[in-house]
Design a protein around this ligand. Structure first.
Ligand SMILES: Nc1ncnc2c1ncn2[C@@H]1O[C@H](COP(=O)(O)OP(=O)(O)OP(=O)(O)O)[C@@H](O)[C@H]1O
Length: 608
């Protein structure tokens, strides 16, 4: 019987034995999953709510009640109204004031998303495709949306996790969307638990500031205390020796995690491995620290200086000695459509078939999203992102609010501080308008996650009593308890955002401030920012999109210049229906020859 085709990454996997006998036992999973090779993805435990959080929850409950009540009206009108009976469930206790409802109904048309009009339905997402030659129409979908299923680590992910837990230094790769980040978060959690008695034993780092922010770590440069790392090895060792904090980090670290290794320069990798040996007086690479490296060399390469050719980390002399095993995650999760996965894989290797070129060219068509939320256009340059978002903001007329981030942290050098703060997804100044298209940049719960798109409906004062509409808009002080949520000021109105969830439903939510920080393993917070977890999402830079999963993407390949950039941009999309590609040019799709060559050596290992 032929097996259904699974979306798989292009690299063949390293040969390994996944038979039950070779896998460590995973007893605790078995009660939760019927698949013995998966482990549960732990939800965040519930926490005690502070005063303001409780208040926000109350308002949220009221908003939810409002959605439920409109659902009830819809249902009863369809099933011919009947008088209420004593068996009917009791009415929800919390209700928004009637005037709030009226205000929502009366909001200016420009500020109201198309999907919130009376005729539209509660859910979105799934495409009803009215496909003409040039335009794809994605209609708002009716019916209730399924809650996204919880994430269980796959057999491959679990196997790698167990090897890391046992103390092995390894590298794991996999194409875009193969679950490297999901696995990394689990590795960090597991290793922190394993070394819970030594707070700074697990150092979480990444090649760039943006990547480091994504995993809640610091740059590898910052961890190592090497500045930009351009000095000679001796120069860098003495630099670290003079820096007590950096020396202590090298001495205390037991596990060093390096994410997005494709952007780590090979020479720097060698220097770091040797600095570790010298500082820790242990000849093993990195002085014997367990090293867990991940990334995809087919994505963005290291930044090169001048005419110097690029040197990847896998070309470093110390790479084979450091990385005891290499794994390739083969199952792609981000895209479910095997046709799309195959097209992306060809793109990854820079070897597009005529058929795939034709398919990519067909993606030039316009996509009209009838629910009112457009695609996020990805640009290589930040200036283009700002211009594009600015033009779209200028085109809407709703009320406007400015949110200025509150920044902190121990770094005093202004230039370094600004650079580090600039790596946060959250901007210093965030201007929102009623009607603005936004993206969530933090995981709030199971269904409101980083990357969820929405529209600002209006602004409200969360500290005002619900009973009085005037007070809600009046600007009362935000309560400040010991564990109060971070706030952006005493009289801040918060945005009410209608989010479109991956499963299709929409959810209305008051969004309050959140915190971003760069924290050394010792707990020292180098820089921090309090801001709303929202960004304008008509446009985004390819660099910032790395690691994101986006349902609606638009890319103009005429603007793309770097190797791997086209692959990173297009692979953010979850489906062909949500991807528009302008000026597709196979010449822009090229993998670095050294990476292609290196990947062949991986294939050879797989065949042994
Ligand atoms: N075991 C899993 N089961 C279900 N979904 C998963 C699993 N692992 C990852 N995913 C989902 O797949 C998507 C991509 O995952 P992730 O971001 O970890 O991939 P990645 O390899 O880091 O991608 P990229 O290299 O593009 O950053 C996410 O939506 C994630 O929730």
């Amino acid at each position: 019987m032929s097996k259904a085709k699974q979306p798989m990454s292009g690299l063949r996997s390293i040969k390994r034995d996944f038979s039950s006998g070779s896998l460590p036992s995973i007893a605790s999973q078995e009660s939760l999953s019927s698949d013995p090779d998966t482990i549960p993805w732990q939800p965040t435990p519930p926490k005690k709510l502070s005063g303001l959080e409780q208040r926000l929850k109350d308002i949220q409950d009221a908003l939810n009640a409002q959605v439920s009540s409109s659902e009830t009206v819809l249902a009863s009108s369809q099933s011919q109204k009947r008088p209420s009976t004593s068996q009917d469930p009791p009415a929800k206790r919390r209700q928004l004031p009637a005037s709030w409802n009226e205000k929502l109904q009366a909001a200016p048309q420009a500020a109201r998303p198309a999907y919130s009009s009376a005729s539209s339905q509660r859910a979105f997402g799934k495409a009803r495709q009215t496909n003409t030659n040039e335009t794809l129409v994605v209609a708002a979908k009716s019916g209730s949306a399924a809650k996204p299923s919880p994430v269980f680590l796959s057999q491959e992910q679990t196997h790698i996790l167990k090897l890391v837990e046992s103390g092995l230094s390894l590298f794991y790769t996999g194409s875009a969307g193969a679950g490297k980040s999901v696995l990394l978060r689990e590795i960090i959690r597991t290793m922190r638990k394993k070394h819970r008695t030594a707070a700074d034993a697990v150092a979480v780092t990444a090649s760039t500031g943006i990547a480091a922010c994504n995993v809640g770590g610091v740059t590898i440069h910052s961890f190592a205390g090497v500045g930009i790392g351009a000095d000679s090895l001796d120069g860098l060792v003495s630099k670290v020796q003079k820096n007590k904090k950096a020396t202590a980090r090298w001495l205390r670290t037991k596990v060093l995690i390096i994410d997005e290794v494709s952007m780590v320069d090979g020479d720097l990798f060698d220097k770091l491995a040797q600095i570790g040996s010298r500082i820790r007086k242990n000849p093993a690479p990195f002085g014997g620290i367990q090293v867990v490296v991940t990334g995809d060399f087919f994505q963005l390469p290291p930044v090169t200086k001048g005419s110097q050719g690029v040197k990847f980390a896998f070309e470093a002399q110390m790479w084979p000695e450091t990385v005891k095993k290499t794994f390739n995650l083969t199952k792609v999760f981000r895209q479910r459509d095997p046709e799309f996965v195959d097209m992306l894989n060809e793109m990854r290797f820079g070897r597009l078939s005529e058929e795939s070129i034709a398919k990519f060219r067909r993606l030039e068509r316009e996509i009209v999203y009838e629910d009112g939320l457009g695609a996020t256009e990805l640009f290589p340059r930040r200036e283009d992102v700002e211009r594009s978002n600015g033009v779209r903001m200028g085109g809407i007329t709703g009320k406007e609010q400015l949110y200025t981030a509150s920044d902190g942290g121990s770094i005093t050098d202004q230039q370094q501080r600004d650079k580090m703060l600039g790596n946060f997804m959250a901007p210093k100044r965030l201007v929102l308008k009623e009607g603005a298209q936004v993206m969530l940049i933090k995981n709030l719960d199971d269904t409101l996650v980083n990357g969820t798109m929405g529209k600002v409906l209006r602004f409200v004062d969360p500290s005002a009593p619900l009973e009085n509409e005037d007070d809600i808009l009046g600007g009362k002080p935000v309560s400040k308890g010991k564990d109060a949520k971070p706030s952006l000021g005493m009289r801040t109105l918060l945005p009410v955002v209608e989010f479109l969830q991956p499963g299709g439903a929409r959810r209305t939510m008051i969004v309050s401030a959140d915190t971003w920080k760069v924290e050394l393993p010792s707990g020292e917070v180098q820089v921090s920012r309090v801001q709303l977890p929202l960004i304008l999402s008509w446009a985004m830079s390819i660099h910032k999109s790395q690691g994101q999963t986006l349902e609606r993407v638009k890319v103009d390949l005429a603007r793309v210049f770097e190797k791997g950039q086209a692959y990173v941009a297009l692979s953010r999309a979850t489906s062909l229906d949500g991807l528009q590609v302008l000026h597709f040019d196979p010449a822009k799709v090229n993998a670095h020859p050294k990476v292609v060559e290196w990947s062949r050596s991986l294939e050879t290992i797989a065949e042994k």
